[in-house]
Write a protein of this length. Structure first.
Length: 248
């Protein structure tokens, strides 16, 4: 019987999986993509589930695993997924804990409260942009004036991303499709490659390489616009580990 179900696909999700393996805790990790699965440890105590789930799928998974607790370690910006996890657990009466990623210093950057404001900021200039927002925000970025000639996209090297960029009209010669995390030097190289005058990113914390992107922008003299993280309540990584320890 599985004791813990971790909804992951993030650095924290991987680290929690490794923690469970190290402590001998039986766990399953649900990730959306094969890339997320590749990062997880290969161990008999760990079951890896791949695929995007709606609420119904989540409930079926929780029931079939007979887990006693769910940890939501999904990305800070995956608001719909977090809502679905909370709803599924609530309907089943299963304990659910949301892991909150630590924040980073945002000083020296322009902060956009949402994608509408971010698009408005980009439309107030004609500067070249390097987006590290990921593929989810591609449709909104396509609302930016002259986006096919102004916006470079850095995202995962998977077919779905390449297809989305093509379908939305982004220039294929302006795609940097690589796996992170990226070092300071790699971020500098990508800014120089794109000739970006504006770097767009999320408030992704240390796990998302925010500090390296901010420093790269400073080194290159590039403006930085940060998409603010949604406000939410939850538990720190250390607190989640304590909760898991108490289950043993």
């Amino acid at each position: 019987m599985c004791k813990v179900l971790i909804f992951g696909g993030t650095t924290e999700g991987r680290e929690l999986a490794e923690y469970c393996v190290g402590k001998g805790i039986s766990a399953a990790v649900s990730v959306a993509t094969e890339y997320g699965a590749e990062l997880l440890p290969n161990n008999e105590l760990l079951e890896i589930l791949v695929g995007r789930l709606d609420i119904g799928d989540m409930k079926k998974t929780i029931r079939s695993l007979k887990c006693s607790v769910v940890i939501d370690a999904t990305h800070p910006y995956a608001e719909e997924v977090t809502r679905n996890i909370k709803e599924a657990c609530g309907q089943l009466g299963i304990a659910c804990y949301r892991l909150i990623r630590n924040s980073e210093r945002i000083s020296g950057c322009i902060k956009a409260k949402d994608m509408d404001e971010l698009v408005s900021l980009l439309n107030s200039s004609t500067k070249t942009v390097l987006s590290t927002l990921g593929s989810k925000e591609l449709p909104k970025l396509a609302e930016v004036n002259d986006y096919s000639r102004r916006i470079w996209i850095r995202a995962l090297p998977v077919d779905d991303v390449r297809m989305s960029c093509r379908n939305l009209g982004f220039c294929e010669d302006m795609l940097i499709l690589k796996k992170g995390p990226f070092t300071l030097e790699q971020n500098i190289a990508h800014i120089k490659q794109s000739g970006a005058e504006i770097l767009v990113t999320k408030e992704s914390g240390a796990a998302g390489g925010f500090a390296e992107k901010r420093e790269a922008a400073e080194v290159c003299g590039t403006e930085m616009i940060v998409l603010a993280r949604p406000q939410e309540k939850g538990f720190t990584f250390e607190k989640i580990k304590t909760i898991l320890d108490e289950m043993r």
